[in-house]
Design a protein around this ligand. Structure first.
Ligand SMILES: Nc1ncnc2c1ncn2[C@@H]1O[C@H](COP(=O)(O)OP(=O)(O)OP(=O)(O)O)[C@@H](O)[C@H]1O
Length: 567
């Protein structure tokens, strides 16, 4: 690859040392000039042992003139004296703020200050870097921010004011802030009132419940504006044009964790500033042609539905309620009868057990084509023909301890690989996990495997399918006929391990579905996955903790091996 042309290069000073600094369209690089080396005018390519640093232009947060009192404030007395002499000789400076990767997917804003005797030169650097930043059209300029002051530990407002707003100001992002006054304030405002034409994105400061409000407000508004009836389960929903940003400030921040890899407000703010874009699938949930909710992470019936229902009664216990309800639900060991029908995903969508994790730049989550063509069109056609004769649909009847649909891995600190470790954020599918009636011990084994590296699907009572749509119909309350013919191994390809009534409790009532932490009012539901309906200011979880230079032929083209990541 041909090295890109340099836009600027100069000899400047950084930490009292002479550095060569160069900029092209993708990289800002600087390297120390060896002190022993004879100084030559202009940039040379011969700094054999010099330390080199590089920052991608797309990861520069801002550049500005450095004020005198900003300069080298952390220095010792001795070096302060040196700095004084130095700033006398080189009184002009500019500071470049950029993304610095630290541990566990966390980002911080790093600063590097360059000094010069020449004011015009500093101004030229500021001007040219800003010019390059203005070419990055994906960066938001104006945001609508909703803060839930009661989410998590009630620190939302403080987190925004102290950690996020200063970064937005530095990146020249305008933000209109609304502190919510009640539940569903943000959702209702987005649905009707908000003048969305003014903004490039909507940001929520809160937890998963707050994100769900923004999701519902924005998706509903988009459908209303485009005259799409959400009550039609087969309606083709229109993707939202605004990006959603999540500043984590809740007690559960699973969506943020799954799309960024960490629950850290500063990291999320930086992903917003650089205009990252992570498409995401959204499931619509209907009951008898009535729209119920949208879901992006977990739809769970049976075990997880029961935990949530029970934990809602114990809200006064705080986050500990989930543990208590978990133990209680496990000991109850209820199972529920019903039939589940599903439309499997195409073969090119991988398999829930293929161990291919969804990561930044995932090849399974290909961009959705803008015009109707290729694979997406084929899927739609296949679906239409399937509908006529139920051709592509599979039906399973049985007794289930849990039915889960994971549209993402649902990884969290407690279960680092999640409910479905290979589920994808934006492949247009959800992973349907069926846990059949089994002994308590076997169910416990299955649950424990979510916390270690073992395959939680490797049990005869667990099956998992990657699907585009599914329906669930609970069996009516019929205590007298527990032995359903349709439950036979022949029909389902499955033989229950636990058949003794002493180990499982047949529940006479239905369980409830939990949809991303909310309880649904109906057990009979229809679910459709809408591929890439929304976009988040995120990039998925990065594979390696490193400064990735997209363009290997960078500024020091003759000495690529001397590159080092910053810090
Ligand atoms: N001003 C408000 N007063 C009361 N509730 C609000 C307010 N603003 C938002 N909410 C609601 O608070 C709920 C929880 O908020 P959020 O998700 O931010 O925090 P959380 O601590 O993670 O929540 P959860 O208790 O669900 O884990 C959301 O469902 C949201 O609708």
């Amino acid at each position: 690859m041909e090295p890109q042309a340099r836009l600027l290069s100069a000899i400047l000073f950084h930490k009292h040392r002479q550095v060569e600094v160069a900029l092209n369209r993708s990289v800002l690089a600087w390297k120390e000039i060896e002190r022993s080396r004879k100084r030559s005018p202009g940039i040379s390519n011969s700094a054999e042992t010099a330390h080199s640093h590089a920052v991608q232009v797309c990861e520069i947060v801002a550049v500005c003139k450095t004020k005198d009192d900003d300069q080298d404030s952390k220095e010792t007395m001795k070096s302060q004296k040196k700095a004084k002499q130095h700033s006398h000789l080189y009184p002009h400076a500019f500071t470049v703020s950029y993304i610095r990767r630290t541990r566990q997917h966390q980002w911080r804003c790093g600063d590097v200050t360059f000094h010069s005797a020449n004011q015009g030169l500093c101004e030229q650097w500021i001007h040219v870097i800003n010019e390059q930043l203005s070419l990055l059209t994906n960066r938001p300029k104006s945001l609508l921010v909703y803060i839930n002051p009661y989410g998590g530990k009630r620190h939302g407002r403080r987190i925004y004011e102290q950690k996020v707003a200063p970064l937005f100001r530095r990146a020249c992002i305008l933000a209109d802030v609304i502190v919510t006054e009640r539940a569903n304030h943000a959702r209702d405002h987005l649905k009707t009132e908000a003048n969305l034409d003014k903004y490039d994105g909507v940001v929520c400061v809160g937890g998963d419940g707050m994100f769900s409000e923004i999701l519902h407000g924005l998706v509903t508004r988009t459908q209303t504006d485009n005259r799409v009836d959400q009550n039609q389960p087969d309606a083709e929903l229109v993707p939202c044009s605004l990006h959603i940003g999540i500043i984590p400030a809740g007690s559960t921040d699973c969506i943020c964790f799954a799309t960024v890899g960490t629950n850290d407000p500063v990291t999320s703010a930086l992903h917003i500033i650089v205009g990252d874009s992570q498409p995401m699938d959204v499931c619509s949930v209907h009951h008898n042609d009535i729209f119920l909710r949208y879901s992006v992470s977990l739809l769970g019936y049976g075990f997880y539905g029961d935990i949530l229902t029970d934990s809602e009664r114990k809200r006064w216990l705080g986050p500990a309620r989930y543990d208590l309800s978990g133990v209680k639900t496990f000991l109850s060991h209820n199972y529920y009868e019903g039939s589940i029908s599903f439309l499997p995903a195409e073969n090119n969508k991988g398999d829930p057990r293929d161990k291919l994790q969804c990561r930044s730049g995932c090849r399974i989550c290909q961009p959705k084509p803008s015009s109707k063509d290729t694979q997406w069109e084929i899927s739609e056609e296949k679906e239409k023909s399937d509908k006529d004769g139920m051709g592509g649909w599979s039906v399973i009847r049985g007794k289930f301890i849990a039915i889960n649909a994971a549209s993402m891995s649902c990884a969290c600190p407690r279960s680092p690989r999640g409910l479905s470790p290979s589920a994808h954020l934006a492949d247009g599918t959800t992973d349907l996990i069926l846990v059949r009636k089994c002994s308590r011990l076997n169910f416990l084994r299955h649950l424990l495997q979510h916390t270690n590296k073992e395959d939680q699907f490797d049990h005869s009572f667990v099956e998992v399918h990657r699907v585009r749509k599914f329906r669930f119909q609970p069996r009516q309350h019929e205590l007298d006929s527990l032995e359903d013919l349709s439950d036979s191994p022949k029909k389902t390809g499955f033989s229950p391990i636990c058949s003794a009534q002493t180990t499982c409790n047949y529940s006479t009532s239905h369980s409830s579905w939990t949809s991303d932490g909310e309880i649904l009012p109906h057990a009979a539901i229809q679910v459709s996955v809408h591929g890439q309906l929304i976009r988040l200011f995120a990039r998925g979880i990065e594979e390696q903790q490193q400064c990735v230079l997209e363009d290997p032929c960078t500024l020091w083209a003759l000495e690529p091996s001397t590159y080092q990541s910053v810090d």
